[in-house]
Design a binder for this molecule. Structure first.
Ligand code: ADP
Ligand code: ZN
Length: 757
């Protein structure tokens, strides 16, 4: 699944001199070879930052050492490494290998990958200060000391008898003097200074305290026991392998992770647990923190000092479990024994800036190179993970039932095409309104989901639900207001915007959707006595607001929680008796081949937020297309039916996981010039493809769903093939020496395995 060609960073061994291969975060990226001077021979190791001369720059340029090797320097003019920046490597050998693999696979300079792997707070040693320690010099013999002035003598005697290095402050106290005699001794070369970086003493108190909730140990269900046995066996096998824990919402996956990690920790191992950032709630933290003595929770609101402090703790082996979002995949745990990726289908595991890595893929590479298991967990596994179980790359573990004999919630579909159910043009249909009223009467809570991606300008008929799509790609066309065009964002197929529905001739065809804000206004009007909170990207900007709303919801202060997909994830509230999905189609008609998968996941996940207590729960899904397979499957909690049908679609167009896709985004301030660059990249891709005699399909250049973003025009090219290595190689060859004119300010980005198209 993840193999690459012979790794280009494994270098031939020659003799003569010792060389260091150095990469840089900024252009030129290297790698370049430098001679290691004798003075740095002992010190310099791969994974360390060094300063080296580069071009005509006066000061040494910082770079990362990726390899130390013997080489012949005679035939090349090599310059010397000037200095080591770090005292010890920031990455061990296996992480350096991971960096090089990522650089190759994602086609990103290795220096930039290092900068992603090692947090900037660690690089800048946030929260530390420099302290100078002194030891006696060889020259400071008894005879020399005897001849010193009294104060200096006192300092020397204390230092010698202490038999350890001391700071000047310590020495001044011990010898009851000022710092002046110490300065003089240093000048005379009788004491040797050594500068060390240390954490401010105050940082320690930032160590996380357990403010989450305590967790009870549960007696495992039969399904949990069976799952745990298989995971433990994988841990004990000492082999790299992937396990997919497919457990329905509420089947108790977290308890299984905790037990499996207990097993790893009992053998002096450690574990990484990755969750979507939004699931890093006090609830999740509490469950882990109360079960393990030493947990590090990495989250985006940490201060740089805190982050650095935890990174150091992790590296020193003081932490058993690291919990965090996708970047936790890089946690420098020694003795790593298990990597868990919870909600593995979640799109937040893909980084949407350089390097555009997917935590699942990187976790896999890391686990395989260490020979440890990767445990993926989800109620709605991604097509990629599912396909891996079918092709023998991953082992499937199923937990088909909820704990404590709880049933899955009933799902009722409301057909929005039926006029009688639509209440006067509002978003909340009559059946949904009735259900909310009942829930409020029973003192229960409700969740209303409105997918924000509904803002995409899909062209949908409100009478029959028909969506205008591209005949070649099967993708919904996107409406462009300027020029009245409807366009395919995969292949650039364009027609005039149809004035009436091509399927039923209804002439009120509409574009776009409705937002959470509007929904909140409507909900307040329809349920005047209920306390309503909205959770979306806009209301959740302030740090802590997410946690606050959730704790208010938990305590019952809020009756109705409405929001975007944010509220669909991982929440475990027993009093939620109703979940309403305002428009299940909004994700369905987004121009992305994963649209059906997203819809199935979203509806299933949000439905899973109810029925978690003894009072049961139900779900109402509003849709224009109740017959759509993804919505049908979600309403019946039937994952298998969904994957079976969806796999047929993917096969038809060779979309992942059956084929591989990469995207190149070209952006610039002037539309014509940007398109010109896109065209010349296309030409290069085509000739690289022909040269390699590969069957890569190249689509575009076409404008992506959001054409103009932050004042830049964007175009994208899609490459598609059965083999991911071939796609990568075509791009590598095509763009190896590609340069754009700097004054045009055009950039291009390579996105391997894009997730949101
Ligand atoms: P999932 O992640 O699969 O949706 P969770 O791990 O959140 O499920 O578990 C759902 C709820 O069931 C939690 O409140 C958890 O404490 C509880 N639970 C887990 N395992 C058991 C068990 N064996 N017996 C009873 N309750 C359990
Ligand atoms: Zn098309």
């Amino acid at each position: 699944l993840f193999e690459t060609n012979p790794p280009p960073w494994e270098l031939a061994v020659e003799d003569d001199v010792l060389l260091a291969s150095i990469v840089f975060s900024r252009s030129p990226h290297g790698p370049y070879d430098y001679r290691i001077p004798d003075s740095l021979r002992e010190e310099l190791k791969p994974g360390m930052r060094v300063g080296v001369p580069l071009g005509h720059r006066k000061k040494p340029t910082p770079g990362w050492c990726v390899a130390v090797k013997e080489g012949k320097a005679a035939h090349r003019k090599l310059r010397d490494v000037a200095e080591c920046i770090d005292e010890s490597p920031l990455c061990d050998a296996s992480l350096v290998r991971l960096v090089m693999w990522m650089a190759h696979y994602y086609q990103v300079p290795a220096g930039q990958v290092f900068d992603t792997l090692i947090p900037s707070s660690v690089r800048s040693a946030a929260g530390t200060k420099q302290t100078t320690y002194f030891t006696p010099a060889k020259e400071a013999t008894d005879t020399v000391i005897d001849k010193l002035p009294a104060k200096q003598q006192a300092v020397m005697r204390h230092l010698v008898s202490a038999n350890r290095s001391m700071t000047s402050a310590e020495l001044a106290v011990a010898a009851k003097c000022t710092e002046d005699p110490i300065r003089r001794l240093k000048k005379k070369g009788l004491i040797v200074p050594e500068v060390r970086r240390e954490m401010h003493s105050g940082i320690r108190i930032l160590a996380q305290t357990n403010d989450g909730e305590a967790d009870r140990t549960h007696e495992l269900t039969e399904q949990q026991t069976a799952a745990l046995e298989r995971i433990n066996a994988a841990v004990d096998s000492g082999r790299g392998r992937t396990l997919l824990l497919h457990g329905v919402t509420g089947s108790g996956k977290t308890e299984v992770y905790i037990r499996a990690i207990e097993h790893v920790v009992s053998q002096a191992g450690s574990a990484i647990v990755m969750v979507p950032e939004i699931s890093l709630t006090p609830q999740t933290r509490g469950r882990f923190e109360s079960r393990f003595p030493s947990v590090a929770v990495l989250h985006s609101q940490m201060s740089p000092s805190e982050r650095h402090f935890h990174w150091q703790r992790i590296r020193r082996g003081e932490v058993q479990v690291v919990i965090g979002p996708r970047s936790a995949v890089f946690a420098p745990l020694p003795n790593l024994g298990l990597i868990v990726l919870d909600e593995e289908h979640d799109t937040s595991f893909k980084q949407d800036s350089q390097p555009r890595y997917h935590a699942r893929k990187v976790a896999h590479a890391r686990a395989m190179s260490l020979g440890i298991p990767l445990l993926l967990g989800s109620a709605t596994p991604s097509m990629e993970a599912w396909h891996a179980t079918q092709s023998g790359h991953a082992e499937l573990i199923s937990m088909p039932d909820r704990v404590a004999g709880r049933p899955m919630p009933d799902v009722q579909l409301v057909d929005l095409r039926v006029r009688d159910d639509r209440a006067g043009g509002g978003a909340i249909s009559i059946p949904l309104k009735r259900a909310v009223d009942e829930t409020l009467r029973e003192k229960g809570q409700a969740i209303l989901l409105l997918n924000r991606r509904g803002f995409a300008t899909t062209i949908q008929c409100p009478a029959c639900g028909h969506v205008v799509a591209c005949p070649d790609c099967d993708m919904p066309l996107t409406h462009h207001r300027d020029g009245g065009k409807a366009m395919c964002h995969y292949c650039d197929y364009t027609i005039g915007t149809p004035p009436w529905c091509p399927a039923c001739r209804f002439d009120g065809i509409r574009y776009g959707g409705l937002g959470t804000q509007k929904l909140e206004v409507e909900a307040k009007a329809k349920f005047p006595d209920a306390k309503i909170a909205r959770m979306d990207g806009d209301t959740m900007k302030r740090p802590g607001s997410h946690q606050r709303v959730l704790s208010e919801f938990r305590s019952g202060e809020i009756d109705i929680l409405l929001g975007t997909q944010m509220i669909a994830k991982g929440l475990d509230f027993p009093n939620v008796l109703l979940v309403g999905v305002i428009n299940a189609d909004s994700a369905l008609h987004f121009p992305d081949f994963r649209a059906a998968e997203r819809t199935f996941q979203l509806v299933t996940q949000v439905a899973g937020r109810t029925g978690r207590g003894d009072r049961g729960g139900r779900v109402i899904v509003q849709t224009f297309t109740p017959e759509h397979p993804a919505i049908q499957a979600a309403s019946r909690h039937d994952y298998f039916k969904f994957v079976e049908e969806e796999m047929v679609n993917r096969r038809k167009f060779n979309y992942p996981p059956l084929g591989s896709v990469a995207r190149i985004i070209i952006r610039g301030p002037v539309e014509e010039k940007t398109e010109d660059v896109a065209d010349s990249i296309l030409a290069r891709l085509e000739s690289a493809r022909d040269l390699l005699k590969s069957e890569v399909r190249i689509l575009g250049p076409a404008p992506p769903p959001i054409v103009r973003l932050r004042g830049k025009y964007r175009f994208h090219l899609l490459l598609q093939a059965t083999d991911s290595a071939v796609v990568g190689e075509v791009i590598r060859r095509a763009l190896a020496d590609f340069k754009t004119d700097p004054k045009d300010e055009i950039e291009y980005l390579i996105d391997i395995d894009p997730v949101n198209l």
